[in-house]
Write a protein of this length. Structure first.
Length: 257
């Protein structure tokens, strides 16, 4: 079996430009659907998942331009509210377009990750949370059909466990809901904070991390995404290796500071 042998004990030198976190990039791209106009996301990793999310957004009618680790999403003219199964099957994270679409347009038809599974699904907390906000959910032929003809209404949502995906979907839906939404037992990963920053920049009113209160409207904005903690490993080197584009609180996850 092939192996990689790493011999440590030597100081590292040079500068490391930390790439943006995929988990942040994908959700910020989805958040751009909340408002007409263009949103620019910088420090985006050049990976296949980002390309698939761009295809998902383009399939909905958004104009997506990727250039030099930046993504510009113009969601002014959305022409479809349905995401095809072949794209969702490639990247399960595309389920996060459900919240923004139903919040802004009152309807969304999104293929279920994993298809038409019977019984408990990994997206059940997404569904139950959206139902608390007034969304009507139906399942047919492997698709989630979500409707909210009267708009969304703020509510109190208690998650069974701090699911990152459910927290993100509910945050994006709640910012266009009438009234205040409280999400208890919400996830606290760095990408949640990144999404909150973008939503606040778009006009939402959000307080707290573990218990998020959100209400407001959105408009296009520019945002830089947080680097992933796994890419910030150079920050703990004893040598002189400056890390570019790293947020201190994320490096703390690695260094223990």
């Amino acid at each position: 079996m092939a192996s990689i042998i790493v011999t440590g004990g030597r100081p590292l030198t040079g500068t490391v430009r930390v790439g943006g976190a995929k988990n942040s990039a994908l959700k910020l791209m989805a958040a751009a659907l909340l408002a007409p106009g263009a949103s620019v996301i910088r420090n985006v990793p050049d990976i296949s998942d980002v390309a698939v999310m761009a295809q998902v957004l383009e399939g909905l009618g958004a104009k997506v331009v990727r250039e030099d680790h930046s993504v510009r999403v113009d969601a002014s003219e959305i022409t479809s509210l349905e995401t095809p199964y072949e794209l969702v099957a490639q990247m399960r994270a595309s389920i996060v377009v459900l919240g923004p679409l139903v919040a802004r347009f009152g309807r969304a038809r999104v293929a279920m990750p994993g298809g038409c599974n019977i019984g408990s699904r990994k997206i059940d907390m997404h569904i139950h949370g959206l139902e608390h906000l007034g969304v009507r959910i139906a399942f047919e032929h492997g698709y989630i059909d979500a409707t909210a003809p009267d708009g969304l209404t703020g509510s109190h949502v208690l998650l069974d466990f701090p699911s990152v995906g459910a927290t993100e979907n509910l945050l994006m839906a709640a910012v266009l809901a009438e009234g205040t939404t409280v999400i208890e037992n919400a996830a606290r990963e760095p990408e949640i904070g990144d999404l909150v920053d973008m939503l606040i920049g778009m006009g939402a009113q959000i307080e707290g991390r573990g218990s998020s209160t959100s209400h407001g409207e959105s408009s296009g904005r520019e945002e830089r995404i947080v680097p992933s903690s796994s890419q910030s490993i150079a920050a703990r080197d004893r040598g002189r290796s400056p890390v570019a584009w790293a947020k201190l609180q994320v490096c703390g996850l690695v260094t223990g500071s």
